[in-house]
Design a protein around this ligand. Structure first.
Ligand SMILES: Cc1cc2nc3c(=O)[nH]c(=O)nc-3n(C[C@H](O)[C@H](O)[C@H](O)COP(=O)(O)OP(=O)(O)OC[C@H]3O[C@@H](n4cnc5c(N)ncnc54)[C@H](O)[C@@H]3O)c2cc1C
Length: 263
């Protein structure tokens, strides 16, 4: 029976892919200079963590791995209601791949004394590999549940509803457990001005890989992103013309029927 729930949550300060642009000539997307934001599902994960604490008590610790700018995600987590924020950072953080990030998160969880419940997004907004949750659970040797749409907290473990598109699977796991969530689980609150102001003044604990017993070799990328390119989509460039708007509309409807877009 867990007395005081220790809840951890991962937040990634990722690339805002909606604002990333491809070079027209090469078709390549440069993520390095693209605008950044907190990964979408991570706001759901933080919201869920705070709701669990509000209902059952305990503490919420948000952890981000990345450059100094990732503090922004921890400030957002504070504004939603996290109690503590931890940034794991070092020079060269931008090159850390999923394996390195998961190792750092797992080592941080150990360093902080472990969590009963560790929440994260089921995929990040930018790379969406969905690897971090299973990798952390494997590093720690604990249970892992993904694609969770509803989470119920019990004294010894959780009951989670997982979306299988046509069916709902109900899973049970004892603490400690890693739970990955999507946007259907809740609607993250929008912090007000005072919450944001308070969050901006809170301290963020900073850890380096060495503090976690991880040497640079353990964080060297196993997978290198060679390039990110936007595939060219051939356009038909069909033109519809006519003497009157009604004639153009009629031809457009016929063209769309021909394409199978309209029945
Ligand atoms: C400029 C740049 C260069 C990169 N170079 C490489 C490269 O060379 N090779 C490579 O493989 N990858 C590279 N990446 C991708 C990136 O480092 C990892 O792939 C990523 O951090 C983890 O994988 P994911 O985003 O696919 O995680 P997913 O498994 O899709 O994310 C699931 C959840 O895990 C948590 N999470 C993920 N990342 C973090 C984090 N950093 N901190 C806290 N929580 C997190 C979040 O809750 C997220 O919702 C690069 C990224 C950037 C921005």
């Amino acid at each position: 029976m867990v007395e005081k729930l220790r809840i951890g949550v991962a937040v990634k300060y990722g690339v805002d892919v909606s604002l990333a642009r491809a070079d027209r000539a090469t078709g390549l997307v440069s993520l390095a200079g693209a605008p950044r934001k907190t990964s979408d599902f991570d706001l759901n994960a933080v919201e869920e963590a705070v709701r669990v604490r509000e209902k059952h008590g305990g503490t919420v610790t948000a952890i981000s791995v990345g450059g100094a700018e990732a503090k922004q995600s921890l400030r957002e987590a504070y504004a939603i209601g996290a109690d503590q924020g931890v940034l794991v950072t070092a020079a060269g953080a931008a090159a850390w791949d999923s394996r390195a990030v998961a190792r750092l998160l797992a080592a941080t969880i150990k360093k902080l004394g472990g969590f009963d419940l560790f929440l994260l997004g089921e995929g990040s907004t930018d790379h969406f590999a969905g690897l971090i949750g299973p990798r952390i659970a494997a590093e720690l040797g604990v249970a892992d549940i993904a694609y969770v749409r509803k989470l119920t907290i019990g004294p010894d473990g959780v009951v989670a509803e997982k979306d299988l598109e046509k069916e709902i699977e109900v899973l049970k796991a004892k603490y400690p457990v890693v739970v990955a969530v999507g946007q259907e689980i809740n609607t993250p609150r929008v912090p007000n001005f005072m919450a944001n102001l308070k969050a901006s003044k809170k301290d963020v604990q900073t850890l380096a890989p060495a503090d976690l017993g991880l040497a640079p070799e353990a964080l060297a990328p196993a997978v290198l992103i060679d390039r990110t390119a936007v595939p060219e989509v051939p356009r038909k460039r069909t033109t519809v013309s006519g003497a009157t708007p009604a004639e153009v509309a009629g031809k457009l409807v016929e063209a769309l029927k021909g394409e199978g877009v309209l029945a």
